[in-house]
Write a protein that binds this ligand. Structure first.
Ligand SMILES: [Zn+2]
Length: 356
């Protein structure tokens, strides 16, 4: 699988992890079924963010030139912040959100040793000339611009999608939209070519909305975990300048008094677990419509899961799913097929007596 939005796990925070911790993390992810991932940053005070990008960039370059067997491959950094909407910043620290300029973007890119692959930005904070510059720069450097943490209206988002943006970050989350305001989600769902991340943990987005997005965006919607450093631990963990803990399957912000808050602070599970949960969730709730059929079948759902966790994210970054991915999912499909067949065998045949 490919997870294009991943902040950490096993108590390891990508904002501060050293080389040994990053190697350990990549091995653990591989064992869990993750083949490649985009190390994702959190908004941070400027000097700290530059340091973090330098450290991650050095590790990514080393890993890409000398791949470690049995370890997940970092495909490049996902820069989430600091060019976000203050109002929709979510858990990103307010003091770390800054206005955009080409000079700042280039400073971050150079600090990362040119390993930034995805940039999440709020389009409404950009001037027309910023947008023109970003379109040219991202095309030249093969960087994916993603709409996220935004108050952009429908038309502002649609304009951004026609001006170099190709994706959206955690669809529905940290996006302004309500019954009297069509915002980024509606524009993203209407656009035929825009990709969109969605967190399928049944917490960040209502299951009916996931199904709705699948219906409208069958070939461009993909799953991400948004996993925080607290995933796969029961401890309170540092997350950049924040503290976080997993509670009821999602990562929550811990306030200064040490109390758990309601504010979500990333995902609390790894992508394979979320994807497996998605398969079970669909099977357990047949009333939820699917794109392909009114009566969901396990085979279709497996195919959907493979495309959303393996093939669509790989296509967005221009990669082919690896042999490891194909093997993982071949086994998963085989197991689901077996389950279906055994259920068929167990089903009693109707006798003539029952149906005169
Ligand atoms: Zn995130």
């Amino acid at each position: 699988m490919t997870d294009l939005h991943f902040h950490g796990g096993f108590g390891i925070d990508l904002m501060t992890a050293d080389t040994q911790s990053l190697d350990r993390l990549a091995s653990r992810l591989f064992k869990k079924g993750i083949d490649s991932f985009a190390p994702t940053t959190l908004s941070h005070e400027w000097a700290g963010l530059l340091e973090c990008l330098g450290r991650l960039g050095t590790w990514i370059r080393q890993t890409q030139s000398l791949p470690t067997p049995q370890a997940a491959t970092p495909i490049g950094i996902h820069l989430e912040g600091p060019f976000l909407s203050q109002k929709k910043r979510g858990a990103h620290p307010s003091s770390s959100i800054v206005s955009f300029s080409p000079e700042k973007m280039l400073q971050l890119y150079e600090a990362s040793h040119q390993t930034i692959k995805i940039v999440t930005l709020a389009p409404e904070i950009l001037t027309p000339s910023d947008l023109v510059w970003l379109k040219k720069w991202s095309a030249k450097e093969k960087i994916i611009l993603s709409v996220g943490h935004t108050c952009a209206s429908y038309s502002q988002t649609a304009h951004a999608l026609n001006s170099g943006f190709h994706s959206a970050t955690h669809l529905f989350n940290a996006m302004e939209h309500h019954n009297r305001f069509a915002g980024a989600p509606q524009a993203v769902l209407d656009d035929q070519t825009c990709y969109a991340e969605i967190i399928p943990d049944l917490i960040h987005v209502a299951p009916e909305l996931v199904a709705h997005a699948e219906w409208l965006k069958p070939k461009h919607l993909f799953f991400v975990s948004d996993s925080s450093p607290a995933t796969e631990t029961s401890d309170t963990c540092c997350f950049g300048e924040l503290k976080t803990k997993v509670h009821d399957g999602a990562s929550h912000l811990i306030d200064q008094s040490g109390a758990l808050t309601e504010l979500l602070c990333g995902g609390g599970k790894l992508l394979p677990e979320m994807t497996e949960q998605y398969l079970n969730w669909k099977i357990a709730r047949p009333s939820i419509p699917t794109r392909t059929s009114k009566t969901p079948t396990t085979i279709d759902l497996t195919r959907e899961a493979i495309s959303r966790s393996v093939t669509i994210p790989a296509k967005l970054i221009g990669a082919k799913p690896s042999a490891h991915d194909r093997l993982t999912w071949k086994i998963a499909r085989f197991q689901v097929t077996l389950q279906v067949n055994s259920q068929k065998k167990l089903k009693p045949k109707a006798s003539k007596k029952d149906h005169p």
